[in-house]
Write a protein that binds this ligand. Structure first.
Ligand code: IMP
Length: 434
């Protein structure tokens, strides 16, 4: 009887896939509302690892409905591959388990070529994108030249939109970016066929979601990326091209903010970032290497090594504020086991002053010196712990210090990649103790 949004509180890769998979037990419906194939949400069930890019992470629960909202940018070619992979792994045999918004904008092959070509051309000024065409697809949406899923079913509209886009993009691809041109007829044939193939999933998802809300279903809105990659509130321009914060769930699904009951922020027990951009607590030393190795910090979408560092509560307080977080889930706490001391960044020193709020000027962020609080580490392997009271006192203290600095409580602690590597403290929908 509640609708909650789940978002990343750092630079993405906080472990949202696992938490969504667990929270799906309590939900009836799981909905993605922004981003696209740039996301890589990992779920581990037994010895099986599944990485989802566009399909909501609730899909491995056969009795739950999953929805791709209008706010995403959808790559139909890789969506079909994702569906095939799920079926090979024994999931998603009932087409009615997935609904897709008629209004969702499509990532076309020329968006991927533009993304890759622009990054190459930018040299050391590159953003470090995932190369999935996300930025160019959102740019077309805002420019009002994007192709929406519904357009595939009107031959004239689709042909005209393709013509307009290719007349603009092909010369740019060939002459400026040294990338191949796209053939309009080939794209028309391919995407018309993809549209027909995926048509059973297509609907007015805003109507469906509002009806489900009225029926009193528990709905989980699954964010992708993280607050510091948000187009408005992140380390611009080193961000993704969508709103990754909680407000996007409303515009990205066609529901009103009055329908939202809570926002859960996913917090990794340390910080990571893929791609370029400032990262004050980054550790270019054996601490960073250890976190990368123990945390298996390699991108789920691109395989790139993630930059690693200490947890940063300046970043996290920013995430609490811009998302209105009402509770938190702490992930990968087990990765910190065996560290003698653990550092928590509580402020930045910039131009001789202590600063508690995340600055808008990213040069200031890059030049800042983190002000750390140091707490004791713990030696015990905590991956088999299932109750809060069984955690070592130093781990409990780490959680308490974070809670105090952030002013929001943790309702889940993750101590391993698998579903059962979890200390569930509260039901995210009712906030009742478990
Ligand atoms: P784009 O979203 O592919 O345009 O990439 C823009 C920036 O966001 C790059 O720094 C990417 O590494 C980062 N990014 C995009 N998606 C994710 C994600 O799911 N996890 C972590 N970083 C991401």
């Amino acid at each position: 009887m509640a609708n909650i949004i789940l978002v990343g509180s750092q630079w993405g890769d906080e472990g949202k896939g696992k938490v969504v998979d667990i929270y799906t037990e309590f939900a009836d419906v799981v909905i993605r509302f922004q981003g696209g194939g740039n996301a890589g949400h990992t779920i581990v069930i037994g010895d099986q690892q599944i990485i989802l890019h566009q399909i909501p992470s609730g899909i491995c629960h056969p009795d739950k409905l999953c929805i791709i909202g209008n706010g995403m940018v959808l790559d139909l070619e890789t969506l079909v591959e994702e569906i095939e992979l799920l079926r090979k792994n024994g999931y998603f045999f009932d087409d009615s388990q997935l609904l897709i918004s008629e209004e969702v904008h499509l990532v076309m092959p020329y968006h991927r070529l533009l993304d890759v070509g622009k990054e190459k051309k930018a040299g050391d000024k590159k953003i470090g994108t995932t190369g999935r065409g996300i930025g160019p697809a959102y740019a077309d949406k805002i420019n009002r030249t994007g192709i929406r899923f519904i357009d595939l079913f009107d031959e004239n509209v689709f042909r005209e939109k393709l013509e307009i886009n290719l007349a603009e993009k092909n010369p740019y691809l060939a002459n400026q970016l040294d990338q191949p041109e796209c053939n309009g007829n080939e794209l028309f044939e391919k995407f018309t066929a993809l549209g027909e193939n995926l048509k059973p999933h297509l609907t007015n998802t805003s109507v469906t979601i509002n009806r489900l809300i009225q029926e009193g279903k528990n709905i989980l809105f699954e964010g992708a990326q993280g607050a510091l990659l948000d187009i408005d509130h992140g380390t611009y321009p080193y961000v993704t091209s969508s709103s990754t914060t909680a407000g996007a769930a409303c515009t990205g699904c066609g529901i009103g903010p009055t329908k939202i009951d809570g926002v859960v922020g996913i917090v990794k027990a340390y910080s990571t970032r893929v791609g370029e951009g400032p990262f004050p607590t980054e550790q270019h030393n054996e601490i960073g290497e250890r976190l990368q190795e123990h945390g298996k910090e390699f991108g789920a979408t691109t395989g790139r090594p993630r930059r690693c560092g200490w947890i940063d509560t300046v970043v996290l307080r920013h995430a609490v504020r811009v998302n209105g977080l009402t509770s938190l889930a702490l992930t990968k706490l087990d990765v910190l086991s065996g560290m003698e001391k653990i550092k928590i960044c509580r402020a930045y020193r910039i131009d001789g002053c202590e600063v508690a709020e995340f600055p808008a000027n990213i040069q200031k962020v890059a030049d800042s010196a983190p002000v750390y609080e140091e707490v004791e580490g713990w030696n015990q392997d905590i991956s088999a712990v299932r109750r809060n009271e069984d955690l070592p006192s130093a781990a409990k203290n780490y959680i308490n210090v974070l809670q105090e600095l952030l002013g929001v409580e943790f309702i889940l602690i993750s101590v391993g990649a698998k579903r059962d590597g979890t200390i569930l403290l509260k039901n995210p929908f009712t906030l009742e103790r478990i």
